[in-house]
Design a protein around this ligand. Structure first.
Ligand code: PBG
Length: 328
């Protein structure tokens, strides 16, 4: 008891703080999201994501080599699909010569050991910007899952190590797992976006891929009929448990910082690795505040990554990966 116990003894110098530190963030924690576009020599900055770019395949190869050199070992691929290739069924998603399929090969070509995860959802391919097939304003569940399974097989054929379904359809993990097994891809993993909330933090990402949801009159829509209500906690556990039962190897909570209570809850509940996605809006907020001189960018960045890991993340998908590694 005080004054015999003085907690400040363990904070008295950097050396003792290092010695007793419970959480250490390392390059091994990071999964790097990358945005891919058609073309050559393209490296275009994304609106509201300063210092983050859409890359053509040649630039993607350069970037992946640089990431590997820095000690980063895993990427998560997203593609921006030209408007004329979008439809309601995401036909382009299963084109074996599609941009995603070529991007997977480009990464493996540049850097064979880089772990490649791919986004599986229809939104970048959909004329409605929805993650599934839309009929009469409804996003169809089972029909969408079948398509996502085909898409997953196509990514596996191109060489993806993991597919990452980000769509929140019911039962899609089982449908995807069975399709992968049937096609012999028994070693292709599934990282499921299991507790993905209908968050307002995805705005800059939807700009990056030109994938904001709309109806047939081009009126903005939301994704609340499939992504989770931010008010709910028990539902996150149920979603996650079901995805594990259906065959998910890794589960995910998304977004990050506002949902760390969910991360801890799930970490305490399940045994599989838990990924956390620190999303585009989180990145944008810090960049904007730092640009104004209102926050110390690097200090806040590291504090946030530390907080995500402390909450229980095994993997952190973050646009800050490169900048963080440079500091660590
Ligand atoms: C879409 C998808 C989204 C993100 C990852 N996959 C956006 C959405 O659900 O509308 C968001 C990532 C981010 O904001 O950084 N399937």
């Amino acid at each position: 008891m005080y004054p015999l116990i003085r907690n400040r003894r363990l904070r008295a110098s950097e050396s003792i703080r290092r010695l007793v530190r419970e959480t250490v963030v390392t390059p091994d924690d990071f999964l790097v999201p990358l945005f891919v576009v058609e073309g050559k020599g393209i490296k275009e900055e994304i609106p509201a994501m300063p210092n983050y770019h859409r890359l053509s395949l040649d630039e993607l190869e350069k970037e992946v080599k640089a990431l590997w050199q820095m000690g980063l070992c895993a990427v998560l691929l997203f593609v921006k699909v030209p408007d004329n290739l979008k439809d309601n069924k995401g036909s382009e998603a299963i084109n074996e010569h599609g941009l995603m399929q070529r991007a997977i090969k480009a990464v493996k070509n540049a850097c064979p050991d880089m772990l490649v995860m791919t986004d599986v959802a229809l939104d970048p391919y959909s004329s409605y910007g929805h993650d599934g097939i839309v009929i009469d304003g409804h996003v169809l569940n089972d029909e969408t899952s079948e398509l996502l399974a085909e898409m997953s097989v196509s990514h596996a054929q191109a060489g993806a190590d993991f597919v990452a379904p980000s769509d929140m359809m019911d039962g899609r993990i089982l449908t995807i797992r069975e399709a992968l097994e049937d096609e012999g891809f028994t070693n292709t993993g599934i990282m499921s976006y299991s507790a993905k909330y209908a968050s307002a933090f995805y705005g800059p990402f939807r700009d990056a891929l030109d994938s904001a949801p709309v109806d047939e009159k081009n009126v903005p829509k939301d994704k609340k009929t499939y992504q989770m209500d931010p008010a709910n906690r028990f539902e996150a556990i149920r979603e996650t448990q079901m995805d594990i039962d259906e065959g998910a190897d890794i589960v995910m909570v998304k977004p990050g910082i506002c949902y760390l209570d969910i991360v801890r809850e799930i970490r305490n509940e399940v045994e599989v690795p838990v990924a956390v996605y620190q999303v585009s809006g989180e990145y944008a907020m810090l960049k904007a505040a730092a640009e104004k001189g209102w926050l110390d960018h690097d200090a806040v960045m590291i504090e946030q990554l530390m907080a995500i890991k402390r909450a229980g993340a095994t993997i952190i998908a973050t646009y800050f990966a490169k900048e963080a590694v440079q500091l660590l």
